[in-house]
Design a protein around this ligand. Structure first.
Ligand code: ATP
Ligand code: MG
Length: 716
């Protein structure tokens, strides 16, 4: 009876209610994007509190981001009043892990006031250990070891678990030994890193049954959002905590698993029913977020992935607009076009807060930021820094500023020991002293101090090299195009090499940002003009209260939704990323496709996909071809448009006549090896296998590759 329904049940559909009201026993909510999983989980939390089944402190709720935790807290607060005041166990795995560990720190040899190291501290520590182990830090960089240790921690492995094979992954088998030393060192510093927050707690729960029992009794209910992206240590930790009462509700979508590169295991979904026999599996099929066309486009594309659990999705919303696919000439035109469309949407009454631009890689934000600044369009970057504020960009700019302007002391200070060249605080203090005494800029003082015996021989040599380099770069600046200068400077200074030595995904992103910086420079007449532009850009502080367009990566957009979404750079080598293509195999490609699925399904009413025919890479214009994902969008759900004459026929040719998996479509892209069509993938956008939107209330199933018993369909 609707009149007697508590507020949190209002409007929920039957399976959602089921998920809310099934409080006892294991529940797995497995459903596609926008079907109200998070909404149901939030209502479930409200229900538990409303009915007094549990106190706020007796419910463990895990969200994927702090933002999601905040939103859930607010929503539950609105639903049940201030009962949520203290929801101490609502948060991310890290936040909850840290809180627990503080209570039991002594059980793993820490004190409760332990500090949590940031990446810089962690690297410094690892480097010391590598050097102490008589290893060459250049050949065996601390960053690689950090990545490896993180991987082990994500898998729930403590040093004792590292066998010879695993150990082999660093410095010819010394990985395990260094891992053990690192943990020892952390302990003596009363510190831990992010990975330890869960790993230590897992150790505690495993080795102290009394502690485990306390938590098992305390947490009457456990809930987990975005379950498909949990990694092994998180999974083991949850399983232990839930094992006694078995009141655990997890929600997820196998099609949205996008963090395997950080150790997430989508298999955790499959294990759930095994670990918790008799689990109630609830499927939500009605999508409340997106129009049929958006849903149809996304479903048709993801059907190209193999081994899916499969699901049916339908919506009652009006058909709405088709997903637009827009081909433009080049990157600048892409940014211009998006800017114009946003202005038009604004004139049509849309708020900028309802509009998002989703990029595959961080470096792609630059083109849009520059454009938006030029036209005065307020924007925010979510889950990252604005392009020119990123550390690697600031470093590179500092080098350029020193070359451009010898008196730029701040820039000199920033780069004097980056990359590390043995110029410590002492040497810098000496330079400062001289600069003050003689009223010289730091660069001049640095040159002057070389004539004295103030510095240690080692520092003197290092400084001599740097001073010589800067002088040489200044000479080069006279004749060399400034972008070329930047390129050489970044190489010769060892700055690029510093990031290359680190083989992490993060470092690869930084290198991409550096290339993007050089690319951006080409658009300016001189180095001075470029630096001027940057300082104006950096000065710009978007008003926090005013509506702003959101720019972010697809990874950061998980779980969010926007009325209007622009999906940019859908080109081979950009999306799917070159890295995923280089790796070959279907695994990384399928993860890219899931990312594309997440991207499209963020849109409520309007999705526009853009691809450019040309991108400038290292000063060279290279032609690019539209992403295969564009080709996989069912023709019925898209409107294609191109601003280039002949462009669309080229695009059709690329995607409908290339059934031969070995056809060389990557002609002239200059971006590494050509790609292959995934076997069994849809054969071109015009013949893609989804036919949805036929008539209202008729269900259409879309065959799912390799799993004919399951269906992915869309009912309109
Ligand atoms: P994702 O997989 O992207 O995380 P989700 O399954 O968590 O999506 P939600 O974010 O919970 O989906 O819901 C999507 C949208 O649908 C939200 O705007 C939400 O308010 C709305 N919604 C959810 N359930 C209902 C319902 N029963 N009636 C109307 N709207 C609903
Ligand atoms: Mg969600």
């Amino acid at each position: 009876n609707a009149l007697q329904d508590p507020p949190y049940l209002a409007g929920l559909n039957a399976p959602q209610r089921d998920a809310v009201l099934t409080t006892e026993g294991p529940v797995l909510m497995l459903a596609g994007a926008g079907t109200g999983k998070t909404a149901a989980l939030t209502a479930r939390l409200a229900h538990l509190l409303w009915t007094r089944k549990a106190w706020p402190s007796e419910i463990l709720s895990v969200t994927f981001t702090n933002k999601a935790a905040r939103e859930m807290r607010e929503r539950v607060g609105r639903l049940v009043g201030d009962a949520v005041e203290g929801m101490p166990w609502l948060g991310t795995f890290h936040a909850i892990g840290a809180k627990m560990l503080r209570r039991h720190a002594e059980l793993v040899g820490l004190q409760s006031n332990f500090s949590i190291l940031d990446t810089d501290d962690q690297l410094r520590l690892l480097k010391q250990l590598i050097v102490a182990a008589d290893l060459d830090e250049k050949r065996f960089p601390a960053r690689s070891l950090a990545g490896l240790i993180d991987d082990w921690k994500n898998k729930g492995l403590v040093p004792a678990d590292i066998d010879a094979g695993e150990s082999e992954r660093f410095a010819n088998g010394r990985g395990g030994e260094l891992y053990a030393q690192y943990q020892e060192r952390l302990r003596s510093l009363n510190a831990c890193d992010f990975g330890d927050l869960l790993l230590h707690m897992l150790t505690v729960l495993k080795s102290h049954p009394d502690v485990l029992r306390t938590y098992q009794e305390r947490f009457k209910y456990i809930m987990v959002d975005e379950y498909q992206d949990t990694n092994v240590v998180q999974y083991l930790w949850l399983r232990l905590l839930a094992q006694a009462r078995k009141n655990i509700a997890c929600v997820g979508d196998d099609d949205q698993s996008i963090y395997s590169w950080r150790g997430a295991q989508v298999e955790n979904i499959l294990k759930f029913e095994k670990d918790f026999p008799g689990a109630k599996v609830i499927r939500l099929e009605q999508n409340y977020r997106s129009t049929p066309h958006i849903l149809g486009a996304a479903s048709g594309m993801i059907a190209n992935n193999g081994g899916r659990l499969g699901k049916t999705l339908w919506t009652e919303l009006d058909a709405g607009e088709k997903v637009r696919v827009v081909g433009v000439w080049d990157g600048p035109e892409e940014a211009r076009r998006v800017g114009e469309e946003i202005e038009a949407a604004q004139r049509g009454g849309k708020s900028l807060d309802d509009i998002a631009i989703l990029v595959r890689a961080q470096h792609q934000t630059r083109e849009f930021e520059d454009r938006f600044i030029a036209i005065g369009m307020p924007y925010r970057i979510v889950g990252g820094f604005r392009f020119y504020e990123r550390a690697e960009i600031r470093d590179a700019l500092a080098y350029l500023r020193v070359v451009n302007q010898p008196a730029d002391d701040l820039a000199f200070e920033r780069i004097v020991n980056v990359p590390k060249r043995g110029l410590g605080d002492k040497a810098l203090a000496k330079i400062h002293q001289l600069a003050r005494a003689e009223r010289l800029p730091l660069t001049h003082a640095a040159a002057r101090i070389l004539d004295t015996d103030e510095l240690t021989p080692q520092a003197r040599r290092a400084l001599g090299n740097l001073v010589g380099d800067i002088a040489r770069w200044r000479d080069m600046a006279r004749d060399l195009p400034h972008a070329e200068l930047a390129r050489q400077l970044l190489d010769e200074s060892g700055y690029t090499a510093m990031w290359q030595a680190e083989k992490s995904v993060e470092a690869a992103g930084r290198l991409e940002n550096l290339s993007e910086l050089v690319r951006a420079m080409e658009e300016y007449e001189s180095l001075g003009a470029f630096l001027e532009h940057v300082s104006l850009v950096m000065d710009k502080e978007g008003g926090v209260q005013d509506p702003q367009v959101t720019i972010m990566t697809i990874h950061a957009a998980k779980g969010l939704e926007y009325d209007t979404v622009f999906l940019v750079g859908w080109e081979e080598g950009l999306f799917p990323s070159q890295r995923s293509l280089d790796e070959g195999g279907t695994k990384s490609l399928e993860e890219e496709r899931r990312l594309a699925y997440v991207a499209i399904t963020r849109a409520r009413r309007r999705a526009t996909i853009l691809h450019a025919a040309n991108r400038r890479i290292y000063g060279q214009w290279t032609s690019s071809i539209p992403s295969r994902f564009v080709g996989e969008l069912p023709g019925d759900h898209i409107d294609a448009e191109t601003t280039m004459s002949g462009g669309e026929s080229l695009w059709r040719a690329n995607w409908s006549e290339r059934a031969d998996p070995f056809a060389d479509v990557g002609r002239g892209t200059g971006r590494g090896p050509g790609w292959q069509r995934a076997a069994g993938a849809a054969s071109g956008f015009s013949t893609a296998p989804t036919r949805v939107v036929e008539s209202r209330a008729s269900a259409v199933s879309i065959g799912n590759k390799g799993r004919s018993d399951l269906s992915v369909g869309l009912r309109v």
